[in-house]
Ligand binder design. Structure first.
Ligand code: NAP
Length: 492
């Protein structure tokens, strides 16, 4: 098939891109190219394979609602099982043959005359399609901290999103920068093996106990035989996840006692794990629970009682070839530098590639000049036949898959109408986009980010007056994605 015959280009072969491709196929489009810069599918669950990686919301909820997986070995499955699940879904829905790996997309431009997207790949090749879906995820651009001397470090340097499986921590003096969700999972693993582990913490994180257990083989067999039973468990875990995010984050204005309770649960967890008062003080955040991603772990706090582990809260002045120097002039010699420093989101990921729509409108520029926004978390005016999945205000509920469910429903309604009318293009109207944004903006004031004490959190969940989290309940988001007024779109 020539590239000019493509119905759709999907950028990203992770769960987002695969969900979009499944939906496009359901809508009758078969000529799809899924492009990914990596050499395999799975997105974040292919790229991330650091020790200790596990999903931290129940796997029953962290999976496609139409594709339950009876083989999860634990309530919170290890990362490798997510990759296996992604492989299985790709095979079942025959997506692999649509995928093109080692293919970096540089940018995309709408060709108004041809009514097609022209997508430029690194190396200069151009492919084109009627529809463009960017499914590049929120956490796809690893952040290398801008610390003096970081590039001159002479030992082993590993970012968690570029883990080297051959690396052995035994006998090493390791310095790890960062105490986000990734570090919380990785630190106990490194501490169990390293000679010395120094943890450089800039901002402490609230950690609550994780309710996790193995799923016995007999239960897995029951799930495989009677999917409805696993469905019931999913209803429960969905509800718990929804209660968590809708109280502690979205509706904080009315439910702030929930945040206080969660804070005390975390403090008790810390108290039970660490006897030293000073260490407890250092590990206690100065912002409210909910400002940052909720973190579940049973080993993290206890790790700081090990004799080979040291928590360093003094700022980092510079990195030298063989160690880290803090602002008070102390140098800690290390032979491994682990960067658990997360991802660039707002700067590098909105959008992840340059997208130029009708009349030369540049998405990144337009967002910055007109505030970040997407209609129902997917579309933007002046960008016909374009869906941006990992968008501002798109992340619904506690699971990425809930967001996907909303977006796939939106696609179903949108493409259904496009076909019913026999139109060539869809485009959300400026007016509908503005009204939707106003509705979102009005609800922002209820969220913990803007009403709570989040100033010291350095959370990537919000930036200025924008957030990635949709300020609504899961039910409302699903309803809006299913019933949005079709008149909000112009079909030509
Ligand atoms: P993150 O939450 O952004 O944490 C990055 C850490 O690095 C923070 O502690 C940050 O400190 C620190 N840092 C960054 N630059 C620094 C600098 N220049 N100097 C000192 N410290 C610096 O990233 P992450 O831990 O990789 O987690 C990202 C997201 O991945 C999570 O929120 C979660 O959504 C997802 N995740 C999910 C799972 C799962 O099980 N599902 C597991 C892992 C990760 P500050 O806080 O001070 O900026």
């Amino acid at each position: 098939m020539s590239a000019d015959e493509l119905d759709a280009i999907v950028v990203g072969a992770g769960f987002g891109g695969m969900g979009a491709a499944i939906q496009l196929k359901r809508c009758g489009y078969e000529r799809i190219a899924i492009l990914d810069r990596e050499d395999d599918l799975g997105g974040t669950w292919y790229v991330n394979h650091y020790p200790g990686l596990a999903v931290d919301i129940p796997s029953t909820t962290y999976s496609y609602w139409f594709e339950p997986n009876p083989t999860w070995s634990r309530l919170h499955a290890p990362g490798a099982e997510l990759k296996t699940y992604a492989d299985r879904v790709a095979d079942k829905y025959d997506l692999r043959r649509l995928m093109r790996f080692n293919t970096t997309v540089d940018g995309a431009r709408w060709d108004e005359d041809a009514e097609r997207w022209r997508v430029t790949l690194a190396g200069g090749e151009t492919v084109s399609a009627r529809f463009l879906v960017t499914a590049t995820g929120y956490l796809s651009q690893p952040r290398i901290p801008d610390i003096d001397g970081v590039s001159g470090f002479a030992g082993t340097m590993i970012h968690t999103a570029r883990w080297n499986d051959d690396y052995r921590a035994q006998g090493k003096r390791i310095g790890i920068i960062g105490t986000g969700v990734t570090a919380v999972q990785l630190i106990p693993e490194l501490a169990a093996k390293a000679d010395e582990l120094t943890v450089y913490q800039r901002t402490a994180i609230w950690v609550v106990p994780k309710v996790d257990f193995p799923i016995p083989p007999v239960i897995r067999r029951i799930f495989a035989r009677f999917p409805a039973i696993q469905g019931l468990l999913r209803l429960l875990t969905d509800a718990l996840a929804e209660v968590g995010i809708s109280t502690a984050v979205v509706n904080y204005r009315w439910t702030r006692p929930v945040n206080s309770v969660a804070t005390w649960v975390s403090k008790l967890h810390l108290f039970a794990s660490v006897r030293d008062k000073r260490t407890r003080r250092m590990l206690t955040p100065e912002y409210e629970f909910g400002c940052k991603r909720t973190t579940f772990n049973n080993d993290y706090y206890r790790t700081f009682t090990q004799p080979n582990v040291r928590l360093e809260t003094e700022g980092i002045d510079r990195i030298e070839a063989d160690g880290i120097v803090t602002t008070d002039g102390r140098k800690t010699p290390i032979d491994t530098l682990v960067l658990a420093t997360g991802f660039d989101l707002w700067e590098a990921n909105f959008p992840a590639i340059e997208v130029v729509g009708r009349d030369g409108r540049n998405l990144g520029k337009w967002w910055r000049e007109n505030r970040f926004r997407t209609y129902d978390g997917v579309t933007v005016p002046s960008f016909p036949n374009f869906l941006n999945l990992a968008s501002p205000y798109a992340f619904t509920g506690a699971s990425y898959f809930t967001m996907m469910e909303c977006q796939m429903r939106h696609m179903d309604r949108l493409f259904g109408e496009l076909q019913r009318r026999g139109s060539a293009t869809f485009e959300v109207t400026e007016d509908a986009s503005a009204r939707h944004f106003e509705r979102m903006a009005k609800r922002l004031g209820n969220m913990v980010y803007f009403r709570g004490n989040c100033a010291a959190s350095r959370s990537y969940h919000f930036r200025g007056d924008a957030t990635i989290v949709r300020p609504s309940s899961r039910g409302r988001a699903l309803r809006e994605s299913t019933n949005f007024p079709l008149s909000d779109y112009a079909f030509r």
